[in-house]
Design a protein around this ligand. Structure first.
Ligand SMILES: Cc1cc2nc3c(=O)[nH]c(=O)nc-3n(C[C@H](O)[C@H](O)[C@H](O)COP(=O)(O)OP(=O)(O)OC[C@H]3O[C@@H](n4cnc5c(N)ncnc54)[C@H](O)[C@@H]3O)c2cc1C
Length: 334
């Protein structure tokens, strides 16, 4: 892709925050372009094809606590896009599973079905890695590493905060001291995840999940029982934040060896681990959040920041943040 594109609002990032923002802006009659450096939409919601099955390799499920997000989810439920996977998980003890009455939603085709649905009818430029953004004559110009340029009245940045700050720095944009400090204070925990291809039986409590936040392997899920991989046994493992930091630079063979040992007690004696594929997420979950759903930059052409680090973590927080950023931009440009 090459050339210069013009739009009312450019949204950087086609994760759930960016897609929600774009839909809200389009519904208000704005011309919107969403760009993402990946070849796909969804960001940290991603479903991958592994050994003949499908598996969610980022977010595993989502919950709903806010009525505004609940309206979207009610539609997705009615369409059969998502289903209630569970209302709690076992921690592996003899205690009953935690049951906080919040349904955990998943999608049979994998969670990526949700961003794909949100992306329908939007203008999305994939595989466009924005390298810098800068204000010019009261508008914004964003430029990709392959030289594609976007000229827009307003800008929404949804990448994790350190990446958004890097785009501004590359464009030599000066935020106010307050905005700069607030964005620099946002932090994230990393997460090492693995997908294990198993030949044989896996023993996990109902509904095929174990969640133990204090254990090195904090999440173990059988995707055959989840329904995304009915024919192939794929088990997802997540390493908790403490061990993800500790093991971050470990060579792949060492990590695979450690994960094999951790997984073994949950497999039938005659089961074999055929393959383990790893993924390292540097910005998996926000740990220090900005206290509001969006940050509208002061002293610059209309610019709003959104994502899961803005007032509510995880899929729901990101979605609500995207909606709030869209509203902030509509308030600014009318
Ligand atoms: C392993 C893992 C497990 C998780 N489990 C859960 C869970 O079970 N439940 C839950 O609710 N949440 C979970 N989460 C968190 C959830 O996935 C996120 O909170 C949510 O998806 C964040 O959405 P977002 O739109 O804010 O950011 P992202 O999804 O990260 O979207 C940002 C987008 O910006 C793009 N981008 C970045 N830089 C550029 C650039 N320079 N140019 C163009 N595009 C760019 C990225 O490619 C990305 O698509 C998990 C996350 C991880 C990593």
């Amino acid at each position: 892709m090459s050339g210069t594109f013009s739009c009312d609002v450019l949204v950087v990032g086609a994760g759930i925050a960016g897609l929600m923002a774009a839909r809200r802006l389009e519904a208000a009659g704005k011309t919107v372009v969403v760009v993402d450096r990946e070849e796909r939409v969804g960001g940290r919601i991603v479903t991958e094809h592994v050994a003949g099955g499908w598996v969610d390799t980022g977010a595993q499920f989502f919950t709903v606590r806010d009525a505004e997000f609940g309206q979207f989810v009610a539609e997705w439920l009615a369409e059969g896009l998502v289903f209630v996977w569970s209302t709690g998980w076992s921690d592996g003890s003899l205690l009953p599973p935690t049951n906080d009455a919040y349904p955990r939603y998943a999608a049979r085709e994998g969670l990526t079905a949700v961003p794909r649905r949100l992306a329908q009818d939007l203008i999305i430029h994939k595989a466009v890695n924005i390298e810098s953004v800068m204000p010019v004559a009261g508008e914004w110009i964003a430029v990709s590493d392959s030289g594609v340029a976007y000229q827009c009245q307003a800008l929404i940045l949804t990448p994790p905060a350190p990446l958004s700050l890097a785009l501004l720095k590359a464009g030599q944009v000066e935020l106010t001291a307050t905005d700069g400090a607030a964005l620099a204070a946002i932090t994230y925990a990393p997460c090492i995840t693995a997908v294990c291809h198993i030949d044989g039986a896996v023993n996990l409590p109902e509904p095929g999940v174990l969640q133990r936040p204090d254990h090195a392997i904090s999440w173990i899920a059988d995707n055959r029982r989840k329904g995304t991989s009915p024919d192939v046994c794929l088990v997802s493992l997540h390493v908790n934040p403490t061990y993800s930091r500790l093991w971050w630079l470990s060579p792949e063979e060492e990590l695979v060896g450690a994960l094999r040992r951790e997984l073994r007690p949950f497999l039938a004696t005659d089961a074999t681990i055929k393959e383990i594929s790893l993924h390292r997420w540097p910005y998996a979950l926000p740990t220090t959040l900005y206290p509001h759903k969006t940050l509208r930059a002061v002293g610059l052409p209309p610019l709003a920041f959104a994502g899961d680090a803005f007032a509510g973590p995880r899929v729901e927080g990101a979605a609500l943040s995207g909606l709030a950023a869209a509203q902030a931009i509509l308030d600014a440009i009318g």
